[in-house]
Design a protein around this ligand. Structure first.
Ligand SMILES: O=C[C@H](O)COP(=O)(O)O
Length: 241
């Protein structure tokens, strides 16, 4: 990734200069565990403001967040939620209805999960149509991110679903739900995604990112957004400022 905040790849050396504040502005601070409570959401929002992140990502049942955590609780924060999460096996019309409800309840961004099995069986048309159905429910300026569960996909399928996401009008492709047994984000997957749609779509790395080193590696590989449930630990490992 070419960015002012990194000097990696320069003739002078390979030192990265990402600061905690710079990385925070690329973070969706995330709480998607099934056992989350409204008190956990209130704590997430307080942490988000303290850490200076861009966005929070919560389960759709917590929307509208003003009802869950109080008026003003999202001031200065982008609100993201998920759709068809985490399996992606919901019917397209159910995903679209869920996304429309999320937007009506104040979501600025919707992270939908594709049907991984459809992708693996080569039915890219079904994947594209599924994404397009949700896109129609999340009109601009709403932001649609497409979770492809990259660890479950061979490279050729990952490329095909990234292309399908672009053709269906998505704003981002996103590596992982964080709930799939094959694992989360990898540098390799982000590199493949960048090579396929980078510069036109955003690339969100998420799932299993626990350290500053892992986060920086993914940013250097081309991620333009990070989904983190362990945000404080990641930011604590970076130079402050
Ligand atoms: O979409 C974001 C992920 O669910 C976050 O995954 P994580 O809990 O492994 O950081």
């Amino acid at each position: 990734m070419s960015t002012e905040s990194s000097t990696a790849g320069t003739p002078e050396g390979t030192t990265t200069t990402w600061t905690a504040a710079q990385v925070a502005r690329l973070v969706d601070h995330t709480l998607l565990k099934p056992e989350a409570t409204p008190a956990d959401v209130a704590a997430l929002l307080a942490d988000a403001r303290r850490l200076g992140v861009l966005a929070v990502c919560v389960s759709p049942s917590f929307l509208p967040l003003a009802q869950t955590a109080g008026e003003g609780s999202t001031d200065g924060l982008v609100v993201a939620t998920v759709c068809g999460f985490p399996s992606g096996k919901h019917a397209s019309e159910v995903k679209a209805a869920e996304a429309a409800a999320a937007v009506a309840a104040g979501a600025d961004e919707v992270d939908m999960v594709i049907d991984v099995g459809a992708a693996l069986s080569g039915d890219v048309d079904a994947v594209r149509a599924d994404i397009a159905a949700v896109r129609a429910a999340v009109p601009a300026p709403g932001v649609l991110k497409v979770i492809v569960e990259s660890a479950a996909l061979p490279d050729d399928v990952l490329v095909a679903v990234c292309r399908a996401a672009e053709e269906a009008g998505a704003d981002f492709v996103k590596t992982s739900t964080g709930f799939h047994p094959t694992g989360g984000a990898s540098v390799h997957a982000v590199e493949v995604m960048r090579a396929t749609v980078g510069g036109r779509l955003g690339i969100k790395a998420s799932g299993g990112i626990r350290t500053a080193e892992a986060a920086v590696a993914l940013l250097e590989a081309g991620a333009t957004r990070l989904g983190l449930s362990g945000t404080a630990a990641v930011l604590d490992g970076l130079p402050q400022g």
